[in-house]
Write a protein that binds this ligand. Structure first.
Ligand code: 9WN
Length: 449
């Protein structure tokens, strides 16, 4: 067993190893660019080490902001080595893309406001207000874009157009939709003849991580096919929706949005900035509309099809995200907590699995279909505290820290055995470890952890 000081310094070494000056890559090899929600979680780690560096992490993310307000899910590293990656996206096909950097053409869960507030907590009042003023225009533009472009019917919930926008790539509810309704004929044909296996040769990800720990070849083909269709429509939401591609009101994304809105309003209030009345109304509506995702029969929340409003009743880690939103009733929160307490659902030896154990999709090593991830644990622990479940939150943090005591800061872990999986020296695992240990020390200076 290593003590917390050595874990802290090992976590710091991971962050320094992945630091590219302006931003921190998630991991060597597999993830050599900047990602939206990664940088937000990574900044939580940097804020305890060097607040200026933490600010740079967020500001460099904003270099990629589109003229219409979208903060893209990836900002690409420059240089000829990554030409192929930039070419997959070709952000320049959109008139809204920035000129100085190339980016992806979709977004990711809006963790920006949370990261901005968490950084602000490390500053004195004057610096905090200066920081908030510096980032407010970009944050406002992002929230206005989310509301205008991603909630075209004014329903309060935003729609997502690619599984990558949820941050949970091959998560069961999206994959179930894909397999049942949206798999293109040519991928079905490859699948039928077993020839999809050949495409494995062209996959870059499985050069770094064993195949069984990533998404399947069929899923990989479908993810890239969907991405290419979005590119062909120049990432123009009207053209995309006209062709009824994937459009899902994702539970994780919208739960995070509810909380992001609260943080956004807090920032605006603290600097006495005006929030357009239309946006204020939408914030209220979003909070209320999250309840439309509740299913009284199975007593849990789900994502929803944007067009038909059908609930996609496949449970996943998203099921617990309304705890982080913080606006659901105590009674509903209690039902969610029960499923975390249940060792056959979300409570195995190393919680919280990205798919419940009693799901047909559950696979303890396959990416977002079973393994335990640090960022979703950070969100759930935070939500548990908001509902007064302090002991549950502590147990979850302790259980997660147990996973890194071996000194391995992996991308994800087997929830049954604790085995480290995915990419090694993964930035947000290290950053969140630092955040948990440091925040705990600040609150309990004499504690052993
Ligand atoms: C696609 C960077 C990102 C995370 C996502 C995770 C994975 C990318 C991928 O890696 O997604 O965006 O290549 O699979 O699912 O949450 O932000 O760490």
């Amino acid at each position: 067993m290593r003590d917390s000081d050595s874990i802290l310094s090992q976590a710091e070494a991971v962050l320094h190893g992945n630091d590219r000056g302006l931003y921190t890559i998630p991991a060597h090899g597999l993830y050599p660019h900047q990602w939206l929600w990664d940088s937000c979680f990574i900044a939580l780690g940097w804020r305890h080490l060097a607040i200026e560096r933490a600010k740079i992490e967020i500001l460099s993310l904003l270099r990629g902001q589109w003229k219409n307000g979208m903060v893209p899910h990836m900002v690409f590293t420059s240089g000829s080595a990554y030409k192929r990656d930039r070419n997959i996206w070709r952000s320049w096909v959109s008139p809204f893309a920035p000129e100085d950097v190339t980016t992806s053409g979709i977004t990711q869960p809006p963790m920006l406001a949370e990261a901005i507030v968490q950084l602000g907590e490390k500053m004195d009042l004057l610096d905090r207000r200066g920081w908030y003023r510096q980032v407010f225009p970009a944050l406002l533009a992002f929230h206005e874009w989310l509301s205008a472009e991603r909630d075209p019917h004014g329903e309060g919930l935003t729609l997502q157009i690619h599984p990558w926008e949820t941050g949970l790539d091959n998560t069961p509810p999206w994959m179930a939709e894909l397999h049942e309704h949206l798999l293109p004929w040519w991928i079905r044909a490859l699948q039928k003849t077993g020839t999809e296996k050949l495409t494995g040769m062209f996959r870059r990800d499985t050069r770094f991580v064993p195949k069984a720990q990533r998404f399947s070849n069929v899923d990989a083909l479908a993810l890239y096919d969907t991405q290419r269709r979005l590119r062909r429509k120049a990432y123009d939401i009207n053209r995309i929706l006209d062709h009824s591609l994937f459009a899902i009101e994702d539970l994780t994304f919208n739960s995070i949005l509810v909380r992001a809105n609260e943080n956004f309003l807090q920032i605006a209030k603290s600097i006495r900035a005006d929030v357009p009345p239309e946006l204020l109304k939408r914030v209220e509506l979003t909070r209320a509309s999250l309840e439309d995702l509740w299913d009284p029969f199975t007593e849990q929340y789900y994502s929803r099809d944007f067009t038909t409003h059908r609930l996609l009743k496949t449970p996943s880690i998203a099921t617990l995200m309304p705890l982080y939103a913080g606006t659901i009733s105590k009674e509903r929160a209690a039902l969610l907590v029960k499923s975390i307490e249940n060792e056959h659902i979300f409570g195995p030896a190393y919680p919280v699995p990205s798919a419940p154990l009693n799901s047909a999709w559950f696979d303890p090593i396959r990416y977002w279909q079973g393994p335990t991830w640090f960022n979703t644990n950070w969100l759930i622990a935070d939500g548990l505290r908001r509902y007064g479940y302090h002991d549950h939150a502590e147990a979850l943090v302790e259980g997660s820290l147990e996973l890194v005591r071996s000194g391995k800061f992996n991308e994800y872990y087997n929830p049954l055995s604790g085995e480290p999986l995915g990419a090694q020296n993964f930035s947000w695992t290290a950053a969140i470890t630092r955040d948990w240990l440091r925040s705990h020390k600040e609150k309990h200076p004499d504690a052993k952890r």
